[in-house]
Design a binder for this molecule. Structure first.
Ligand code: SF4
Ligand code: SF4
Length: 493
């Protein structure tokens, strides 16, 4: 590629930079590159899954649905009862440890590439660019009166944002309330006040989060950004600026020459990045860094920071500044990677710096990987042993027993059967534990009509020798049998 003179890059960058707004508001410049492509490859499938799964039904059953009314979770063909929720806890533990693993290995890549907050923010930024133009145009227009075309474009942007937020809310709600009924009720104006309230609140929050508040949520509300700092170590490969290579910046050098200040080679690569400028301007040397101070890495940053100031809590490791800087390096004929995923040890030139697979062979990572593996095994075991039939038996507490004749005693029970397997249609009820037991009540429970309904049973025998005996209700289907113990009383003891 033909080299482009640095002055040309910096001039064009300065034109954009001149539109960089006051500190409280910044305009994100969209960029193309390998990390943007990677984000698309991750975020598009996730978005499609999110918007599609709420609609997919197989054999009349939703594919992913959390039913509060039925106390069931429909999970890709499985039905998980509320009583199997520890499986979900296992999934959450596996997910959390996977996040910790990623944080220690590669920093906040989850935030930059897969977190819904980031995905929606990028979506809203793209809508904004489509409606109101590129970052420098938006910045320039903000200084002009909001009239005519500019006003129309602004209104269009907010309408599109609200539409995207409403669509997101309806889809999300569709995982808890049947989505077709939800939309049907909205169209026929039959939605309850509660549903409408929920939809309005969620839509407003999504609109505010992705459209207006954006990075402030990551910085001030997300706990992950707070504790990631303590998880990083010197081998964590996170988005970093190569201070040794980049400093002193070329434009600074020019400015320095004009003002008579001499520049210096930055002595220590892992010196506090925040002190770059002061370090650079206090020493003297003829070294010229690769950074041309074009500021494009700042303009593309969705959280509005300068990665050259060092690792910052706000950085979500999205890689946008890497793509931007690589493009600049390619244009001036310098090697890519002035900003790259690199560890502190690597940047410091430490002999302990690890790369490739070796960087993953660390005790801390092995610990997280083991917890993830154990949790996944536990979750799989849980799925293989989910509850198909939930049975509850309660004694009648008002009347402990009834003497029918001189030798026969009866006890009353309430029985509830709940099925969590679509293949179960009927459940046979019997009772065991004492000789000559007789069961009075419905011997077969029809799951389609009586699922989770309380039914009354009367158990009698003339063979009970003890004041208190143990009996069992036996609930059977062609594939399963559940036994539930209870007591049979012949006196008040
Ligand atoms: S780090 Fe790269 S993108 Fe950022 S100002 Fe320097 S040359 Fe430009
Ligand atoms: S500094 Fe900004 S652009 Fe670079 S990775 Fe961090 S959040 Fe992304």
């Amino acid at each position: 590629m033909d080299k482009i003179p640095v002055a040309q890059i910096t001039e064009s960058a300065e034109q954009a930079v001149s539109y960089v707004p006051p500190e409280d508001k910044f305009y994100v410049r969209l960029i193309e590159g390998r990390f943007q492509n990677l984000r698309r490859m991750i975020s598009w499938p996730l978005l499609i899954l999110f918007f599609a799964l709420a609609w997919i039904q197989v054999d009349g059953q939703p594919w992913l649905f959390f039913s509060f009314a039925e106390r069931k979770i429909f999970l890709f063909g499985w039905i998980v009862s509320w009583h199997d929720l520890p499986i979900m806890a296992g999934l959450m533990i596996a997910g959390a440890c996977l996040l910790f693993f990623m944080a220690v290995a590669w920093g906040r890549v989850w935030c930059g590439f897969a977190c819904p907050q980031s995905i929606w923010t990028w979506m809203f930024i793209r809508i904004e660019q489509w409606a109101e133009g590129k970052a420098n145009v938006r910045a320039k227009n903000d200084k002009l009166p909001l009239t005519g075309k500019r006003l129309a474009r602004r209104i269009l942007k907010h309408v599109l944002w609200l539409g995207a937020a409403l669509f997101t809310t309806i889809t999300f709600t569709g995982y808890f309330v049947p989505v077709r009924e939800l939309i049907g009720d909205l169209v026929t104006l039959e939605s309850s006040v509660m549903t409408l309230g929920w939809l309005i609140s969620m839509t407003s929050l999504t609109y505010l989060n992705a459209g207006l508040v954006r990075e402030k949520i990551c910085l001030h509300a997300c706990p992950y950004s707070r504790f990631q700092g303590v998880m990083f170590d010197t081998h964590t490969r996170t988005v970093s600026y190569d201070l040794n290579r980049g400093e002193p910046r070329r434009l600074n050098r020019k400015a320095a020459q004009q003002t008579g200040v001499q520049y210096a080679e930055v002595s220590s690569a892992n010196s506090s990045a925040g002190s770059v400028n002061s370090t650079a301007s206090s020493c003297s040397s003829t070294k010229q860094g690769d950074c041309v101070d074009c500021n494009i890495c700042v303009q593309v940053c969705p959280v509005g920071i300068d990665i050259r100031d060092g690792l910052q809590a706000a950085c979500i490791d999205c890689g946008a500044c890497i793509d931007a800087c690589d493009e600049v390096m390619a244009k001036i004929g310098k090697p890519m990677g002035l900003i790259r995923f690199a560890s502190e040890a690597e940047l410091a030139g430490s002999s302990e710096a690890k790369s490739g697979l070796a960087s993953l062979l660390r005790p801390k990572l092995a610990g997280y990987a083991s917890v993830v593996a154990c949790s996944i095994v536990a979750v799989l075991f849980g799925f293989m042993n989910t509850l198909d039939l939930l049975v509850e038996v309660r004694r009648d507490r008002l009347q402990l027993y009834t003497k029918v004749d001189s030798g026969t005693v009866c006890n009353n029970y309430y029985l509830k059967v709940e099925a969590f397997d679509n293949g179960i249609n009927q459940v046979q009820v019997s009772v065991e534990g004492l000789d000559n037991l007789q069961l009075h009540g419905q011997p077969e429970i029809n799951i389609h009509t009586d699922n989770a309904a309380w039914r009354t049973y009367r158990v009698c025998t003339n063979q009970a020798q003890q004041p208190r005996s143990e009996i069992q209700f036996v609930l059977s289907t062609p594939d399963a049998e559940v036994r539930k113990k209870t007591t049979f009383l012949t006196s008040s003891i």
